[in-house]
Design a protein around this ligand. Structure first.
Ligand SMILES: Nc1nc2c(ncn2[C@@H]2O[C@H](COP(=O)(O)OP(=O)(O)O)[C@@H](O)[C@H]2O)c(=O)[nH]1
Ligand SMILES: [Mg+2]
Length: 305
């Protein structure tokens, strides 16, 4: 497997310190360890604090209702309770390792709203794959914005990847061309960039479905991951977006960008709980090297240590 998927994150604790504060620190402020049991007042405060941390209303309510039902639940055990529940939620969403098959074509289909960080994620992924000697092709499927294509071009060249781009062309035809090229020239990886204009939701969703159909027809065994890119700072809005995209492309995982500095990293848990989607990649900065594999144990350890 890829080295970059095994790399530990330096200072992960400090990267997610704002999330830790809002999700664990602030919640624990509601309880006094010496209390024998939870008061109704305390339970309400815990629920509000979890919701403010962007864990989502349903999940927050469920966690607190569980405490309410357990007559022996002790405030001094709140930290451990949350830790075990969060672990369970992440486990249930499935494995977090990015799928890749050696000696085959691997296609990664990247979607998400404008500004979420798709193009940056593709550049970083291209860079990581290139570093491990893979032959990488980028399909510039955001043909609407010339600037977007140019940005992708610069990044791809810098990463040492090749690119298929055609100004103003139908994105599905760009992807078609990329697949033909990848097959005849034996590429290991295709990264498909897409547009994200939610203002015209119907057209965007049709465009994405069309790309998906091209991949399914031209390379049915090759779609390795369908990745939804979410900006950590969008919190619950990000989750709403996930639902819209999930209805038209079969998402297999999420990538959470801009986790650096964000206080809303709890969205990782909300995505796992509500969408049953594992977060597999996290963006922790703007540099090429600032893409990391998400590891549930590492995340839980950093949150609760
Ligand atoms: N701090 C930080 N900024 C990021 C990260 N990922 C992307 N960005 C920034 O977010 C902005 C939008 O990214 P872009 O890839 O163009 O989004 P797209 O519209 O989805 O393709 C750019 O300014 C990126 O530099 C990240 O992990 N951390
Ligand atoms: Mg883009």
């Amino acid at each position: 497997m890829f080295k970059f998927l095994k790399d530990k994150i330096n200072n992960f604790k400090s990267v997610i310190s704002n999330t830790t504060q809002s999700l664990v620190g602030n919640v624990l402020l509601n309880v006094d360890d010496s209390d024998e049991r939870y008061s109704e007042f305390t339970l309400d405060d815990i629920e509000d604090t979890l919701i403010s941390a962007d864990l989502g209303v349903n999940y927050s309510t469920e966690l607190v209702d569980n405490l309410r039902k357990q007559k022996n639940a002790k405030p001094s055990e709140l930290k451990n309770y949350l830790k075990e529940e969060f672990k369970k939620t992440l486990n249930e969403a499935g494995p977090t390792e990015l799928n890749y098959k050696d000696n085959e074509l691997n296609i990664y289909f990247i979607t998400g709203v404008n500004g979420a960080g798709k193009t940056t994620l593709i550049a970083k992924l291209a860079y990581k794959f290139r570093q491990e000697g893979k032959k990488v092709l980028v399909a510039a499927g955001d043909t609407f914005r010339a600037a977007a294509e140019e940005q992708l071009n610069i990044w791809s060249v810098r990463a040492g990847a090749d690119i298929v781009r055609r100004d103003k062309a139908d994105p599905a035809s760009v992807v078609y061309e990329a697949i033909q090229k990848a097959k005849s020239e034996h590429y290991d990886v295709i990264l498909v960039d897409t547009a994200g204009r939610l203002q015209n939701k119907f057209n965007l969703m049709e465009e994405l479905k069309k790309i998906k159909t091209v991949i399914d027809k031209q390379a049915p065994e090759s779609l390795r991951e369908s990745i939804l890119v979410i900006d950590a700072n969008t919190g619950q809005n990000g989750l709403q977006q996930a639902k819209v995209f999930g209805e038209c492309v079969n998402l297999t995982c999420a990538a959470l960008t801009k986790l650096d500095g964000s206080a809303k990293g709890a969205i990782i848990l909300a995505i796992a709980k509500e969408m049953k989607l594992p977060v597999k990649l996290i963006g922790i900065g703007e540099k090429m090297d600032d893409l990391k594999a998400f590891n549930a144990d590492e995340f839980i350890d950093a949150l609760f240590s």
